[in-house]
Design a protein around this ligand. Structure first.
Ligand SMILES: [Zn+2]
Length: 187
């Protein structure tokens, strides 16, 4: 992704589970304009500031089909290689991988989730140009996690009922403690 804006990016507020935008189906992006690029700069900046490897637009309250990722920046001596995917689709998937996941929108919960280990995707870049790519293993996991956000799905939805209930209790205690949304999660 090329930076096209010179002024400073803004830190966006991360929405926490219980927030309605996290559960909405995100809308396709149709305008590839400066406003979009400014938003993506802010989204990318926020991902790094919050130590994320991925951040989807609904997580900052914007219900659009956009996410940013940087798979290895934390391990790569902090060499940043941000990627943005707009209007993404998964067109092929194969294999299984189980990996521990966490989410900036689901504080203090880390659990193993099984996903497809090999995916082929289509998306658009910040100018609307088509992207086609393949991801395997960890990048495939991250892509699917972020892709889920665009459908209103959180990684805890993939857990067994028993594990979910355990974490729901923890999450509600967190929400009570921080008053993140002013309400508990209901289901
Ligand atoms: Zn997430």
């Amino acid at each position: 992704m090329n930076k096209v804006k010179s002024n400073k990016a803004n830190l966006l507020k991360i929405r926490i589970v219980g927030d309605k935008t996290l559960r909405m189906e995100a809308q396709a992006v149709t305008e590839f304009d400066q406003e979009l690029r400014d938003f993506i700069d802010d989204l990318t900046y926020t991902m790094y500031e919050t130590d994320g490897v991925g951040l989807a637009a609904p997580q900052v309250g914007v219900s659009k089909r956009i996410f940013v990722v940087d798979f290895y920046w934390a391990e790569d001596g902090a060499v940043k290689k941000p990627r943005v995917f707009i209007n993404p689709e998964i067109v092929f998937s194969d294999g299984k991988i189980t990996h521990e996941e966490g989410c900036l929108s689901v504080p203090e919960v880390y659990e193993k989730v099984t996903r497809d280990s090999h995916i082929k995707i289509k998306a658009q870049d910040i100018y609307g140009n088509p992207i086609e790519e393949e991801f395997k293993e960890f990048p495939a996991v991250v892509f699917q996690h972020e892709f889920d956000h665009l459908k209103g799905i959180l990684f805890i939805d993939h857990l067994t009922k028993m594990k979910y209930l355990l974490h729901k209790h923890k999450i509600n205690q967190y929400l009570k403690r921080t008053n993140a949304n002013g309400e508990n999660i209901q289901n």
